[in-house]
Design a protein around this ligand. Structure first.
Ligand SMILES: [Zn+2]
Length: 82
């Protein structure tokens, strides 16, 4: 796969994280947690409970562009609004 940002060839591997990464359009602050987030869980992960979650989730089939740093991977999106 070629990078949609810079056109260079991307490499496929596994992306490892600690806990689920989350995405938000809000500013993060030390004093206030974001109220509108999307957590990204592995597609095959059991997300039913905090206790069944893998603390070190792996996202297989993640694409990395060494030229511009773009990382592309798929996950199960967990919308959270407070
Ligand atoms: Zn790139």
């Amino acid at each position: 796969m070629n990078c949609p940002q810079c056109g260079q060839e991307m490499r496929c591997g596994n992306l490892h994280t600690r806990n689920y990464p989350f995405w938000t359009q809000q500013e993060l602050s030390f004093f206030r947690s974001p109220t509108d987030t999307v957590e990204v869980a592995p597609l095959d992960d059991d997300t039913t409970s905090m206790f069944t979650r893998d603390p070190f989730p792996t996202f297989p089939g993640a694409w990395l562009c060494r030229s511009c740093g773009l990382v592309v991977f798929s996950g199960k999106l967990l919308e959270k609004r407070k």
